[in-house]
Design a protein around this ligand. Structure first.
Ligand SMILES: Nc1ncnc2c1ncn2[C@@H]1O[C@H](COP(=O)(O)OP(=O)(O)OP(=O)(O)O)[C@@H](O)[C@H]1O
Ligand SMILES: [Mg+2]
Length: 359
């Protein structure tokens, strides 16, 4: 891999009021050139500190940060500033200058970089066009909606043609519809301009909509990293499972299972639905084993344009047929069965548990 960002054993320790705070703890990570990379974690996980280390707004306590082939850690400020010019940054609160027009905001980094007025005007017009705000050039930020403000933020970040764009909770202040528009714009920035993007978020939906790969952070550490679909369909860390649960609401909580139990006395199972190669559709498996399944709960969403979620069935069929069906399903997905009290039944070893990571 030819990394755009390379972190090696990076830690950042702050002096907190009650002792040292290890905000980022021994993180080793590569972001490939041209990808959209997500960093997801709950509040305080260390996400913002991690991006501030990537653009050298913070210096690491230990380890090495390399961006686009340039080592940023332990360099003189002048060199760091030059490297930072190749990195764009967008913020949750947009951080626009209220006293400057939209065009003035976008032109600002060009002014700092010493562009002549005429070139600035051409570049600003181009950027306004790209983000769909050509008619707003002379307006002031307070006359714009949140989504429009973030478009200005994106145009400003792209002004000097950075090869890397860092987005720290860039859509967290926006409603779902506007969030989707801004994410679509970021996807275009990646696809049409070839800009590598690192997206910091606490929302699984942002990751599944936009990112190629994702790192999950908890207490300063990267606990899991990988292809978005692989990671969300086979989560290993409990914190990853929590994110998926909050996004999908597909798995019945224990109190829901109890209510389902009351209404459905037959065998209750939750089956993971995923886009894994080489298996028959769920309905075919039910038919092949002569088992009927009544859907009583569930949810399926799209992650990276592939289906992911689960369905909970009440099964009707002969015991042997049901056993054969469940063994069949367990060979490629996760299956959770509930006992008479609604508690998950532990599956004996060797029944395909390796393939089914319950979550
Ligand atoms: N300048 C600082 N001084 C002291 N402690 C800090 C500083 N910056 C961050 N921290 C601490 O480091 C930890 C990680 O903070 P960080 O802002 O990176 O988390 P985050 O994942 O971005 O959280 P959020 O989702 O709330 O933005 C927190 O415990 C925070 O209090
Ligand atoms: Mg943060």
């Amino acid at each position: 891999m030819d990394p755009m960002v390379s972190l090696r054993g990076v830690s950042k320790v702050f002096d907190g009021p009650s002792g040292p705070v290890r905000a980022v703890d021994d993180v080793t990570l590569d972001v490939a050139r041209g990808e959209v990379f997500g960093v997801i974690g709950y509040s305080g996980a260390g996400k913002s500190t991690l991006v501030r280390l990537i653009n050298a707004l913070e210096q690491p306590t230990a380890g090495e940060v390399v961006v686009d082939g340039t080592r940023l850690s332990g360099r003189p400020e002048r060199e760091v500033r030059r490297a930072r010019a190749g990195i764009g940054f967008i913020f949750q609160q947009f951080n626009l200058w209220r006293s400057r027009t939209v065009a003035g905001n976008i032109a600002y980094p060009l002014r700092v970089a010493g562009w002549p007025k005429q070139d600035r005007e051409v570049r600003v017009a181009e950027l306004l066009d790209f983000v769909g705000l050509a008619d707003k050039a002379r307006q002031y930020p307070e006359q714009l909606s949140g989504g429009q403000k973030q478009r200005v933020g994106i145009a400003r970040a792209l002004a000097t043609s950075p090869s890397l764009l860092l987005a720290d909770e860039a859509t967290s202040a926006l409603d779902p519809e506007t969030t989707k528009d801004v994410l679509d714009l970021l996807a275009r920035v990646n696809r049409e301009l070839g800009v590598t993007i690192v997206v910091i978020t606490h929302e699984m939906s942002v990751v599944s909509y936009l990112c190629d790969r994702v790192a999950v952070m908890e207490s300063g550490r990267v606990v899991e990293v990988g292809d978005v679909y692989d990671l969300f369909s086979r989560p290993q860390a409990p914190v990853t499972r929590r994110f998926i649960g909050t996004a999908l609401h597909d798995r019945p909580r224990p109190d829901v299972v109890l209510r389902l139990r009351d209404r459905h006395p037959g065998r209750l199972v939750t089956v993971g639905v995923q886009d894994a190669a080489g298996h028959a559709p769920l309905t075919d498996a039910f038919r092949a084993h002569g088992v009927a399944g009544n859907v009583v709960f569930g949810g399926i969403t799209e992650v990276g344009a592939r289906a992911l979620g689960s369905l909970t069935f009440e099964l009707t069929g002969a015991d042997d047929d049901v056993a054969a069906l469940l063994a069949d399903l367990r060979s490629w997905t996760d299956v959770t069965e509930y006992d008479a009290d609604g508690a998950p039944v532990t599956v004996g070893e060797g029944v395909g548990v390796a393939a089914g990571v319950a979550r």
